[in-house]
Structure formats: C-alpha cells, structure tokens
Design a protein around this ligand. Structure first.
Ligand SMILES: *Cc1c(COP(=O)(O)O)cnc(C)c1O
Ligand SMILES: [Zn+2]
Length: 502
C-alpha cells in the first residue's frame, strides 16, 4: 500500500507549492571504499569493500550539480518542505536530494521519525552548566531512539530493492545494544510482505524496556552470552555466508538516514552553526559518522557557511575512540578495548565498526575547520548518571547517553574547550524511559561495584507512602479522605485557607 491510498493526501498532488511535490531529481548512488577508494554500484547490498574489506559510504555522482544551485536555493526548499503534507517528505526525506535520491515515493517508509524537537536547557540548568545549550530529543522518534532515522532509510531502500527485483523473502538481521533491534523490528513489522526481522542481543545487556520492543513487534529475538562486540562478530559471519540483509550501521543506507540529525540541527538554528558545539555519544560510531558527513555535505552545498564543532563523548568503561585521539598525532594506533559495565549501555562497545569512517571524516572535517573542530572526550560513569538526573530534574527527558553528552559538555567547559560565546547542542539519543532501571539503581544507591556510581542524595527521589494498608483498614471513606489530606498538608507544610465560605 502506498501513501496515495489515503484520500487526504490525494489533494496534495495538485498543490504545486515548492516543498509539496515529490522531488523529480534522481542521483546516481554508489559505494565508496574509505580504504582503497574503489567505487561499487548499488545493485547489491554491500557492507564492506569487495576489493579490500574496507568500510563504505554512499555518495551521489551528481552531487556537484546540486552545488550549482547555491545554498539559498536549498535553504528555501528545505524550509518550505518543513510544511510538506506528503508522508514521504515529512521525516528524514525532507532532505531527499542529499539523502538517498534514488528512492521512489511508493518505497519510502515513514513511521514518524525525524523532525525531533530542539529544547533549550532551562535557565537554571544553563546557569548550573555555565553555557547556553539545548537538547535535541531523539528519544521522540517512533521506537524512542535516533536509530529510527537510519532504519527509515535502510528499509525504504530494501523495499525498493525487493520491488524492483521481485524478492519474495528478505530476512533482516542485526546485533544490538537494544535500540537498533527495537527500530529494526518496528520497521520490519510495519513493512511486512517479504520483509521479516531477527535480532541478536547480548543476554542481560539491554534494558527490559528495550527487550520488550522487538518482542512486541514480533521479531525473532535471539540472545547470546557476552557483550555487543561478540554479537556483532556473529552477525558479520552470518552476513558473509547466508542470504540476509544486515541492518547494523555497517549498512551505509543507515548512515545516510542518520545524517538527517545534522540537517535538522542546522535548520532549527536557521542554518547558522558557526558558534555551535555538537555533542554526540560514541558507541559503534555510526551516529558520529553520520553527523560529520551530514554537516560536511551542508557545507559543500553552501547551505551553511561554517561548520559547527563536533565533540564525541565516551565513557571511561568503553573508550577506544577517545584513546585513539588522545595519543599524539604521529603515534595513533587503533586498538579495540575490552568494555566493562556502563550506564551508557547503548554505547558500550569496544570495537566500533565505524571507526575507520570517523577517522577519514574527522580528517576532512579538521582540514576544513581546524583541529578544534573535532574532538573526543572521556567521562566517568558517575558524571554520566549525574548528568542524566540533573537534566531530567530540569524538565528534560534524556537517557543515560544524553547524560553522557551533558557530562561531556561540563568536562569541556571545565577544560576551557568551549568559548563563552559558543553554545552547545546535546544529543539525547533515546528516551529516558528506556533507561529507568539505571535511575532506580541510583535512587536505591544499589549500583554493583563495577559501575563505580554512588548516589548523590541531592539527586535522589523516592515515593512517600502516606498511609499503610493497615492504617487504612480502620477508616471509613470520609475518615480516609480527611486523614490522607491532613497528612499531605502536614508533609507539604500547607496553610489552611480561611474564608471563601458561602
Ligand atoms: C546506538 C546508540 C548510541 C551509540 O550510537 P553509535 O552510532 O553506535 O555510536 C548511543 N545512544 C543510544 C541511545 C543508542 O541507541
Ligand atoms: Zn576497498
């Protein structure tokens, strides 16, 4: 079924507003190997370079033609498209021409992803941190994490491929720290038809909420003892030998979709990002790859005239990318690390598959905007939890990885890395509710020692029982109401009202 089946959208076809027609532009997409520079066609779904095994990124051979239109043209087009009523253009494909301009409208799968709000830090939180900043709430995506951006693109590509080639069976697989599987299972469940989903999880290393998601979407949920890195090796082995569609971020179509995060940040700031520092948690490094690539594209098109600065943030318990960049330039060597328990569990990865992409793009980024334009910070588990809870006490809804970003901003301010006239955008990559068990552990001050997190009582909160079940037993309805209200008034120090009686 296509979006056209809805009568409400049929009328839109007659509206000729700039942003409301489906784009006619079609690019020529190809995979580029970041190691050997080889180019490969997109007839097959590739994860690594057939020549050298290197990682790939998707590019459009016609991109130079897009540049000729000038930045103002694209800003106007993307701005007008923000009001588009066609479902296919309401999410990440607002930026169709610079995303995957080979997909037809009927193939685009839109479940409400993208276009997430950028919420300024409350004045109190801002003064606590010492810089102006905002959270981009990517937890407000359909499966409650940014992974939906990439899945919308990857599944749209799969639907196009299945339609064009008459595939009658497409089994998607992924390894996951929780959110990739939630997103993959959701999009597969909606797409239906030839597309089905199996997900591989490290047993006990995803939150109960994350586990409930692929189960509820009807995916095959497979578990192994170990950590994410183990599961990743298994699905890579599987993808090399069997006919499956790998949905990890090795799949470059996912990176393309996730670039929309950068496009939306720039657009929300009216395309002026020169004094902006963007903080991103780094796990498998797909997200930061997409953010770097996305901003580079906007800059090349002239849509933005300066690049924002990018700060990757890692936990001390999973810090291979930090370690790489902390070494002096001549002595850098990438070494995977053995991860230990981390509250930023969605980023608890010791051997990020996208590291070579980050390395290549960071070089390009720094060549344009200088050394300070790309940095990686490391923060303590304690700072991550304190960051999450402080943000949420000030009206935000951030996950532990969002807390990691705040910890990163605080560390950067303390180290003098963020100027006073700069502001920051922090990625809350998932919804707070997915990570409530960590909040509970904190409030109960019951973290297992390997986390190294102690409760700061100023951040702890707990429910207060007003009346025990035994106390309630002896009371009739009106006595119960009176007694309960009295106890509330006493606890909260309420003053009795006088007057107002008729
Ligand atoms: C996947 C994920 C990350 C890490 O992103 P990478 O692309 O793996 O670096 C961070 N936070 C959340 C909530 C995630 O789901
Ligand atoms: Zn290659």
């Amino acid at each position: 079924m296509t979006a056209h089946a809805f009568p409400a959208h049929r009328g839109v076809m007659f509206y000729r507003g700039l942003g409301h027609v489906f784009p006619v532009y079609r690019g020529i997409m190809f995979y580029r190997c970041l190691d050997c520079d080889a180019e490969h066609g997109t007839e097959d779904l590739l994860y690594t370079c057939p020549c050298c095994g290197g990682v790939l990124l998707l590019e459009d051979r016609r991109f130079p033609e897009l540049k000729k239109k000038g930045g103002a043209y694209w800003r106007d087009l993307f701005d007008s498209r923000a009001a588009a009523k066609r479902p296919a253009l309401r999410g990440i494909f607002r930026f169709y021409e610079i995303t995957a301009p080979v997909l037809e409208e009927e193939d685009i799968l839109y479940l409400g992803e993208g276009n997430t709000p950028l919420i300024e830090a409350s004045p109190a939180l801002r003064s606590l941190v010492g810089r102006a900043f905002a959270y981009k709430n990517d937890g407000q995506n359909p499966s409650a994490s940014f992974k939906d951006r990439g899945m919308a693109c990857a599944f749209s590509y799969l639907r196009a491929a299945a339609r064009q080639r008459g595939w009658d069976e497409v089994l998607t697989v992924c390894a996951s720290t929780g959110d990739t599987s939630a997103a993959a299972a959701l999009y597969a469940a909606y797409a239906g038809g030839p597309i089905t989903s199996a997900v591989l999880l490290p047993q006990g290393k995803v939150t109960p909420q994350q586990l409930s998601q692929p189960l509820g979407s009807g995916a095959r949920v497979l578990e192994l003892p170990g950590v994410f890195d183990d599961c990743m090796k298994v699905v890579e082995f599987l993808a090399a030998r069997y006919r499956v569609a790998l949905l990890n971020s090795k799949n470059s179509w996912r990176i393309l979709g996730q670039e929309s995060y950068a496009f939306e940040v720039a657009q929300a700031l009216d395309w002026r990002v020169d004094k902006v520092c963007v903080f991103v948690p780094v796990g498998n490094a797909g997200n930061i790859t997409a953010v770097l690539h996305g901003f580079l594209k906007l800059h090349e098109l002239g849509v933005i005239d300066a690049l924002p600065r990018i700060f990757g943030v890692q936990s001390q318990h999973a810090d291979p990318v930090y370690r790489y960049y902390a070494a002096p330039a001549g002595e850098r060597e990438f070494r995977p690390v053995q991860v230990t328990a981390s509250v930023a569990q969605a980023a608890m990865i010791g051997n990020p598959v996208s590291f070579p992409r980050v390395k290549a793009l960071a070089e390009r980024y720094r060549a344009v905007a200088g050394e300070r334009a790309f940095q990686v910070l490391r923060v303590a588990e304690q700072a991550i939890m304190d960051g999450m809870l402080s943000a949420n006490r000030h009206g935000h809804t951030v996950c532990t990885q969002g807390g990691e970003c705040l910890a990163g901003l605080r560390a950067a301010v303390a180290a003098g890395l963020v100027d006073e006239d700069e502001s920051a955008v922090l990625d809350s990559t998932a919804h707070a509710l997915k990570f409530m068990d960590f909040q509970n552990l904190y409030f109960d001050d019951a973290f297992p020692p390997e986390y190294g997190v102690k409760a700061d009582q100023a951040l702890v909160n707990a429910p207060e029982l007003l009346l025990s079940p035994e106390e309630r037993k002896g009371l009739d309805e009106s006595a119960f109401v009176r007694e309960s209200a009295l106890r509330i008034a006493r606890r909260l120090g309420l003053t009795e009202t006088t007057g107002g009686k008729c």
